[in-house]
Design a protein around this ligand. Structure first.
Ligand SMILES: Cc1cc2nc3c(=O)[nH]c(=O)nc-3n(C[C@H](O)[C@H](O)[C@H](O)COP(=O)(O)OP(=O)(O)OC[C@H]3O[C@@H](n4cnc5c(N)ncnc54)[C@H](O)[C@@H]3O)c2cc1C
Length: 359
């Protein structure tokens, strides 16, 4: 039997650990990812600010696979044939599978007319190099007021301050900051961001852009040196192209067992799936990690004909948003706190998490 793990996201990292701990006899397991390294987005803000080195934020998928007896293939899946149970890759290889699992994350799609002016940081392996260049440009502009936009804009601001560059970072958002959080957290982060020198343009969006200027819907004219577009996640397109069950936007539609709807030999986890039972579940690392706990157990249940486990998202989770200068905003339900202790906690959680995959 051939088990294919496509993408080196959170859930497949966990699968590799499980396989190493308890190898499956007589199985041929392959991991396919377009880059040897998996970059951990939880540490992107710290990396942007210069707090972590590149090796501290990435995991070597090839080494991890070898330790688990899994074959690592550096390539990208481009299409899936359900009837033949085969995958096609960018390098032109056709690979047969008995079971396949997708943990391929998501993309960020800015409007196609702005494409030439946007910094391409996705897939995640592009982030480290691109952000190093971007944090020192003349006019940095971040679009997107969600957690990743706010964190990265504040990290660039902190890095520029430390390195004697003007702290002229602008953040444009079509709503208020952190629209999915409580009003209290949203107001608090806006106050903190302003204190730290971030220029925030709320309830506005980009209407037009050329190579050095943009005009917003509300008529503001801003100079830019490319734009860091950090709005919500978009699907990669491989599932729709392959006629797999998808939600309206093109994410793989799955059951609570993480199996594609109606296709029990296809699994998925993390950003690349939408759970039919929880269509509005945010796509973030927290849920990707939670699904990781379940994925390998259910793949082995499929192989052994055993009972499946089902995924139930927790209602509240701890959110730690780095605000720069080793401070973070902690949110849990309606509770918020902003201080250095919250950053220390974030640093501990993130460094402990990544350490598990480097042993
Ligand atoms: C700048 C930024 C900061 C963020 N910070 C946080 C944070 O602090 N906390 C948080 O919870 N979330 C954060 N997020 C969101 C978080 O990155 C995602 O929700 C999370 O990474 C999803 O994990 P995943 O396991 O689904 O996939 P990913 O971690 O994105 O991994 C997907 C993997 O699949 C590979 N892949 C992609 N396409 C293919 C293909 N066709 N074939 C083979 N392999 C493929 C990729 O190269 C990659 O290795 C941030 C996002 C961004 C953009």
């Amino acid at each position: 039997m051939t088990i294919l793990l496509v993408g080196g996201g959170h859930a497949h990292l966990k699968c590799l650990l499980e396989i190493r701990k308890k190898p499956l006899p007589n199985q041929n397991i392959l991991l396919i990812s377009p880059n040897r390294y998996q970059y951990y987005s939880g540490m992107f803000s710290g990396y942007t600010e210069g707090l972590y080195s590149i090796d501290e934020i990435r995991i070597d998928l090839k080494t991890m696979s070898e330790k688990a007896g899994v074959t690592f293939i550096e390539d990208k899946v481009t299409e899936i044939s359900v009837t033949d149970k085969t995958l096609e890759t960018k390098a032109g290889t056709k690979i047969s599978f008995s079971v396949v699992s997708f943990d391929t994350g998501s993309l960020i799609e800015g409007p196609s007319s702005f494409k030439d002016y946007l910094v391409q940081i996705k897939p995640n392996y592009l982030f480290a190099k691109k952000i190093m260049e971007y944090r020192e440009v003349e006019f940095p502009i971040v679009v997107g007021g969600g957690a990743s936009g706010v964190e990265i804009a504040l990290a660039i601001t902190a890095w520029r301050k430390k390195n004697g560059l003007p702290t002229n970072v602008s953040l444009i958002t079509s709503s208020n900051l952190l629209p999915s959080s409580s009003t209290k957290a949203s107001k608090r982060v806006t106050y903190i961001a302003k204190q730290k020198g971030l220029s925030i343009i709320e309830d506005d969006s980009v209407a037009k852009m050329n190579e050095c200027q943009m005009i917003t819907q509300n008529g503001r004219c801003l100079s830019h040196s490319q734009v860091l577009w950090l709005t919500g996640p978009s699907p990669s397109g491989i599932f729709k192209k392959s006629s797999l069950p998808c939600d309206q936007t093109g994410f793989l539609l799955t059951e609570r067992t993480l199996q594609a709807k109606g296709l029990p030999f296809i699994f998925g986890a993390g950003d690349c799936i939408t759970l039919e039972a929880f269509p509005d579940l945010p796509k973030n690392g927290v849920y990707a990690v939670r699904q990781a706990e379940l994925l390998w157990r259910n793949i082995t249940s499929y192989i052994n004909g055993e009972m499946y486990f089902t995924f139930t998202p927790q209602r509240h989770y701890l959110s730690l948003l780095s605000t720069g200068n080793k401070e973070a905003l902690l949110q849990y339900g309606s509770f918020t706190a902003h201080n250095k202790l919250a950053w220390k906690l974030k640093n501990k959680i993130d460094t402990d998490y990544i350490k598990k995959f480097k042993k």
